[in-house]
Ligand binder design. Structure first.
Ligand SMILES: Cc1cc2nc3c(=O)[nH]c(=O)nc-3n(C[C@H](O)[C@H](O)[C@H](O)COP(=O)(O)OP(=O)(O)OC[C@H]3O[C@@H](n4cnc5c(N)ncnc54)[C@H](O)[C@@H]3O)c2cc1C
Length: 470
């Protein structure tokens, strides 16, 4: 694949676009403070996070818009693979982690942190298998010498997906594919379900699929922090600011730079060779700012925020340790939060019920009317639950087919998408970061073939639907 960069046309697999040198020649100034790429002191990094006045580089090789799990994973993988000072990777994040109260609207920090292979699409299963491998060995990827080990608090209690008569054939089909690809799950009849999970009411259930390994849930905040810290240690630079638009090469066939409003309110222009859109639910807005070339229609990215509620409740008589993340065939799910007695749950609304996305307020009537009755029917002990708290977050919802979009903009070849995961992106962040690094460094996907997730499917109107969206 050929990418046209600032002053040259190169094959994507050759990282010799040293635009820092190019820039110094052109402008007579070498903008970057030379940061030694020996492992940097953790204190330095924390100072950087704590809001030291920032220097926005005027050029970089790769700019990543959005520093959530996906953007930070990409930064980590790029810097892990190309560990040279010349290769400048910059992450622009408008709501950075300065204290524990930031990343206020990021999907990552508001996520439920589930990891499963119970998908219908090969790509989703494979990405989540790698997610499991990554989390199992998280310290060999994200550990930092001299620091406490990374703990993402993985709870390996599996997923239990329930199917009614209508969904049973699909459950069988999906389970076959999942096991073929390396997942490990079994199908359970209603009687067997009752044996293993005596707390369940199997009325209306035809079949269950129980994940035996590589499934469970973890702490998304811990994963994000670890990605970000390691990416910075490896030399990625985080800028606190908002990406507000692009400027273009004179030839008109490539993006030339990014307009950033910093947290101090300054407007800066930063040239780049490649830009990656990893802005989660707000990715569609970023691409709406990309101007259409003459004679071309505006290309829109079908990713928008969809609000999802998570309710936290207490129920001392509820199911104990042996409780997988359970998804009823209505889409209502719950899992333990802690060891026993406290749970979180949720349910995606019907298309016609989609709530306003103006803010992240929670609709408690939705719990009373649409969630609790299903929970109480499925797990009779939940009739006596007490709602304790709640929150809402945005799914980065791909309205076209509810799957990630991983690939190059159809016209501007130096703009890459990594977004649209519609509620399953945190578990896929390790695989997505690795895939984007391959696309940039090797010019093609090497470990997992994710070419079906390319933007082309939208142009050709060929959705690849995932049956198991929760
Ligand atoms: C309630 C809920 C439950 C979920 N449960 C699960 C689950 O169980 N398992 C799972 O795998 N996934 C789950 N998800 C989905 C998962 O959280 C997301 O897919 C994933 O976090 C997406 O990561 P991201 O980095 O793309 O987006 P984000 O985490 O949203 O990060 C994008 C970042 O971009 C920044 N940004 C946006 N616009 C700009 C701009 N113009 N300039 C600079 N920065 C910008 C934002 O501030 C944000 O920090 C859930 C999501 C929600 C909301």
């Amino acid at each position: 694949m050929i990418f046209r960069y600032i002053n040259c046309e190169i094959h994507i697999n050759k990282i010799f676009f040293n635009i820092s040198t190019w820039n110094s020649k052109l402008c007579g100034i070498y903008y970057f403070v030379k940061e030694a790429l020996v492992v940097r002191e953790v204190d330095d990094i924390l100072t950087e996070w704590m809001g030291r006045p920032q220097i926005v580089p005027q050029v970089c090789d790769v700019v990543i818009i959005g520093g959530g799990a996906i953007g930070s994973s990409i930064a980590y993988w790029l810097r892990r693979r190309v560990y040279t000072e010349e290769f400048k990777v910059v992450v622009v994040e408008r709501d950075p982690m300065v204290s524990l109260s930031e990343y206020t609207t990021a999907s990552t920090t508001l996520s439920v942190g589930g990891l499963r292979q119970q998908f219908s699409l090969k790509e989703n299963i494979e990405m989540s298998l790698f997610g499991a491998e990554f989390l199992r060995n998280v310290n060999s990827y994200l550990g930092i010498e001299g620091e406490s080990p990374v703990d993402v608090c993985f709870h390996p209690y599996g997923y239990l997906t329930l199917a009614s008569e209508k969904g049973a054939a699909t459950l069988i089909e999906n389970s076959k594919l999942q096991n073929f690809l390396g997942a490990k799950n079994i199908l359970l009849s209603p009687a067997k379900l009752k044996d293993v999970f005596p707390w369940i009411n199997t009325e209306g259930v035809e079949l269950g699929c129980l994940g035996l390994e590589k499934e469970g849930w973890f702490d998304p905040w811990a994963l994000l922090s670890a990605f970000k810290k390691k990416a910075i240690i490896l030399g990625a630079k985080y800028i606190s600011g908002e990406a507000q638009g692009f400027f273009y090469k004179e030839s008109g066939d490539a993006l030339d730079g990014l307009i950033i409003k910093t947290k101090e309110g300054e407007i800066c222009n930063m040239k780049f060779a490649i830009a990656i859109v990893a802005a989660g639910a707000f990715s569609g807005q970023i691409v709406a700012n990309v101007k259409a070339e003459d004679k071309l229609e505006q290309i829109s990215l079908p990713v928008e925020p969809r609000k999802r509620y998570v309710y936290c409740f207490h129920c001392p008589d509820g199911p104990g340790l042996n409780t997988p993340l359970t998804i009823d065939y209505t889409g209502t799910y719950f899992r333990r939060e802690g060891l026993a007695g406290t749970y979180i749950c949720g349910r995606s609304p019907e298309e016609s019920e989609e709530p306003s996305i103006e803010d992240l307020s929670v609709d408690h009537d939705y719990f009373d009317e649409k969630v609790w009755p299903i929970l109480a029917q499925r797990i009779p002990a939940f009739e006596k639950l007490k709602l304790r708290s709640s929150w809402a977050g945005y799914y980065e919802y791909n309205t076209f087919d509810k799957n990630g979009i991983i690939g190059v903009h159809p016209y501007y070849q130096n703009l890459i998408f990594a977004t649209g995961f519609s509620g399953h992106g945190i578990q896929q962040s390790p695989a997505v970061g690795r895939a984007i690094s391959e696309l940039i460094i090797d010019g093609e996907f090497k470990t997992l073939d994710l070419s079906n997730l390319d933007f082309k499917r939208i142009i050709y109107s060929k959705p690849i639907c995932e049956a198991n969206i929760v």
